[in-house]
Design a protein around this ligand. Sequence first.
Ligand code: BGC
Length: 255
Amino acid sequence: MLLDGKTIVVTGGNSGIGEQICLEAAAEGANIVIDYVAHPEATDALIAKIEQAGGKAVGVDADITRADDLRKMIQTAVDTYGRLDALVNNAGMEDRKSLLEETEEGYDRVMAVNMKSAFFATQFAAKQFIAQGDGGIVLNISSVHEDWPMPGNLAYCVSKGGMRMLARSGGVELGPHGIRIVNIAPGAVDTPINTATTSDPEKLQELDRAIPLGRLAEPKEIAEVVVFLASGRAAYMTSTTVTIDGGISQGSVGL
Ligand code: BGC
């Protein structure tokens, strides 16, 4: 199995892409630490599903916008399974407001959930990796919008742009410790973050038309890449991004 005995922490692990990462990683033999802040029942159900399939998982109620909670999250992994092998900064949110519309509260919330959380979780994970002495990997679920404009979703784009630079600069700083940072940039994925679009047939058709592969991604199609990278294969990759977007960010009207 790809992740036999490896311990992997997934923020926002009880829904959407995060949930699928937990399931796929557990199926490949990993010990899973599922961070969540809402819906403990969803976490319990996910743990039960993983355990029924013969896997191992533990939940940690940690508010990723608070550094102390992130420290607790990493510590839970170490206390439960003895070490940490991979951190997946997956938790994210959107505010769908333009530059002119955004409020201070909305901006702060998006930046805290998407960016501050990844920054400090990476810091604590890196300290643990350094203490263990044999490297480690941080995988950030960013977005095509780490580098591709999305008008009407400005704070989100800014936060994902920050995540891009977290991988670039952070990977350079941590490289000498054998610690790698790789971003996974999904396009449109069929998860709760996109419900406003997927529940509206006209908007969904418009989105599908903009995607060369003609459909949204299934969360599994993102999770499979995360599992592969968490396994330690592709070991020369760091400070970079893997895009999984059905071609949407390369779309062109051809005129
Ligand atoms: C956003 C979606 C958007 C997709 C493609 C994702 O990062 O969360 O709302 O549909 O990018 O533009």
